[in-house]
Design a protein around this ligand. Sequence first.
Ligand SMILES: [Zn+2]
Length: 268
Amino acid sequence: MVQVFEKEGVTCIEIHAPEVGRVYFYLVDGMLIDTGVQRFESDIIPILKDLSFDSVVLTHSHEDHSGLGCWIQENRDVPIYVHPKGIDICKHHCPYPKYRQMVWGIREAFTPHELPEEIQSRNYKWKVIGIPGHAEDQVAFLNQETGVLFSGDLYIRSKTKVIMDTESIPLMMQSIRDVLTYDFDSMFCGHAGYLPNGKEYLREKLANLERTYEEVKALLIKDYSMESIHSQLFPGHPSIIDFSEGEYVSKHIVRSIIEDINNNHDGH
Ligand SMILES: [Zn+2]
C-alpha cells in the first residue's frame, strides 16, 4: 500500500510492507530523497512519473531506499548520488539475503555518482552529514536555512532491540551526537516518517543506547562473557530473529559495544 501526503512543503511517499512496517521516501524542492521499494513498483512508478525532480540523493544503499534507482536511471535523465562507499553496492544486482528479497523485492543494479559534501536543490543548499552505524554509506541531508533534516535510518525507533552484524551501536551513538550539534527542527525519518522536534526523538534514542552501553560495560567489568551479558540484557526472542534467518539479532548490540570498550581500553 502506498500513500502520498505533504508535510512542511515536503512530499512524503509512505509505503507499507505488511511483514515489517513502513518505509518513506521524499521529494523536496525538486530533489528526490531515496527512491522507494522495488516490490511495490506497480504503485510507485506512476507516482514517480508524476513527480517533478531533477536530482536524486540516497540516504544509503539499502534496498528499501534504493529499490527504484535502476528504473529512475533508465527512465529519467537525472543524476543519482550516494556516499562513495555505496557506489559499488549499488552497481551489484540484489546483494542481500532471500528474506529481504521477499520483503523489499529485487533491487536491480544502477550506477550512481559520488555525493559531494554539499548538494544544491532548486533553491537550497543541503549539507551532507556522514552518519555511519546503521550502514557505512549512510548520510543525512540538512537544510541550514529552513532547519529541515532528512535522517535516513539514523532514528527508526527509540529502542533498539536487534541489529545486523554490519551495524555498530557505538558508531550509531557517535552519529547521533554529531547530528545533534547542528540546528534543526523537523526530521524526516526513513521508517518513522515526519517527526517535528526531531532532536527530542534522537536524544531519547541516544539516552537508551547510552544506558545499554553502560549496562554492558558494568557486566563486562564483572567478567561476564559476551553470551552471558547478552542473555541477561536481552532475554527475549523477537520474531524478526527467525524471520531474518538470524541476520537481525540482539547479540550484535552487545558485541559491537564490547568491541568498542576493548578498542578504547587498548588505546590507552
Ligand atoms: Zn537501512
